[in-house]
Design a protein around this ligand. Structure first.
Ligand SMILES: NC(=O)c1ccc[n+]([C@@H]2O[C@H](COP(=O)([O-])OP(=O)(O)OC[C@H]3O[C@@H](n4cnc5c(N)ncnc54)[C@H](OP(=O)(O)O)[C@@H]3O)[C@@H](O)[C@H]2O)c1
Ligand SMILES: O=P(O)(O)OC[C@H](O)CO
Length: 334
């Protein structure tokens, strides 16, 4: 792969564009606002999202989507999951034929309850083999600073995953391939919801036993949903499952965890939204779509259900704790 378009110049779009460029791949980064693209072109930094990080010379920025997409071997989609459909529909006429479409987004679409790769296939009108996802413990700020991490490139076409793996491998970024797209996407979407719950627990003053319990039971309910949707159970023990779950639930850099922490400290959803400074905490919306998906499939996801009730029905996080602990007693693997 010689040239990749990255559509979306937020935290992860910008950091991932840098990963590609640092791997020797030429990148064009599309920014929704002209001033962001101009700022990158002028000063080599993204002033809004990663002001302390100098971007490499083989990374160009533009506000013109057609220009970004022209001749791209792969198109990386770095916009929030609930906006992917509308953005991609706009870009569709300019998508290069045969290009690998790569989703960075971690969410489940409200209303349709579709995973991001399903949205991409539907809107772009491409076969599943042409769509890949990137998912793993990938906090943008750490990666932009060149700190080592691993991730997963999931695609049902193994050769295509290997091509993209090559395009984004470098001295600090190690991608593995996986053909289990369903499992990798569910791991990425569900961990945001579990991180909200961990944040709430932290905000309430609870310590590491509580965190470990939420992480472990969160993984159990994610794996149950995965089983119902045909995912490989072992994916949830990997980077896109446990790896991302631990990073997001533990890190003060996580927007989802920080959002939950504000709620746990007694803040409102509106206040937590404001404190996020326009950056997306995907779990706040995906808790509702994942909950609905689970209900449709008859899968029990009590933490996800509780997070939905806190974020959208006014439940107090402390009452959520009580509700979870007072549930009917059962065997661990049930
Ligand atoms: N940040 C991370 O560490 C990280 C890591 C792995 C995966 N992810 C996932 O990657 C996806 C993107 O996250 P991010 O961190 O890059 O988000 P972000 O920092 O909030 O940036 C969102 C980007 O999408 C653009 N955008 C385009 N259309 C939009 C619309 N209709 N509404 C809102 N924004 C729109 C924004 O443009 P403006 O600047 O003009 O608003 C901005 O460039 C999410 O699904 C997230 O879960 C994030
Ligand atoms: O900041 P968050 O909570 O969106 O998490 C970022 C990444 O998904 C971590 O892998």
């Amino acid at each position: 792969m010689e040239r990749v378009a990255v559509m979306g110049a937020g935290s992860w779009g910008t950091a991932f564009a840098k990963v590609l460029a640092d791997s020797g791949t030429d990148v064009v980064l599309w920014a929704r606002r002209a001033e962001v693209a101009d700022g990158i072109t002028r000063s080599r930094v993204n002033p809004d999202y990663l002001p302390d990080v100098v971007l490499p010379p083989n990374l160009a920025a533009t506000h013109d989507a057609e220009e970004a997409l022209r001749g791209a071997d792969a198109v990386v989609l770095g916009v929030p999951s609930q906006t992917l459909r509308e953005n991609l529909a706009r870009w569709r006429p300019a998508l290069p034929a045969g290009a690998t479409l790569v989703s960075l987004a971690k969410g489940v679409e409200l209303g349709t309850l579709k995973r991001m790769s399903e949205v991409v296939r539907e809107v772009a009108g491409v076969p599943e083999e042409q769509v890949a996802v990137v998912s793993g413990p990938n906090l943008a700020k750490e990666i932009a600073a060149g700190q080592p991490t691993a991730t997963v490139i999931a695609c049902t076409d193994h050769d295509r995953a290997v091509d993209f793996q090559q395009a984004c491998s470098n001295s600090y970024f190690r991608p593995y391939t996986n053909v289990d797209v369903v499992g990798c996407e569910l791991g990425g979407a569900c961990k945001n919801v579990i991180a909200l719950a961990c944040g709430m627990a932290a905000g309430l003053g609870f310590g590491d036993n509580t965190m470990a319990s939420i992480i472990t039971r969160g993984l159990a309910e994610t794996a149950r949903l995965g089983a119902a949707l045909g995912a490989d159970p072992l994916t949830f023990a990997g980077l896109a499952g446990l790896g991302d779950l631990v990073a997001t639930c533990a890190s003060p850099l996580s927007r989802n965890r920080s959002f939950g922490e504000r709620l746990g400290r007694g803040g409102t959803v509106a206040g937590a939204q404001e404190a996020a400074h326009g950056q997306v905490a995907e779990g706040v919306k995906s808790c509702s779509s994942i909950r609905e998906l689970a209900a449709r499939l008859g899968v029990d996801m009590p933490i996800t259900d509780g997070v939905h009730r806190v974020c959208h029905e006014g439940l107090d996080p402390r009452a959520l704790t009580t509700a979870l602990l007072e549930r009917e007693r059962k065997a661990e693997r049930q």
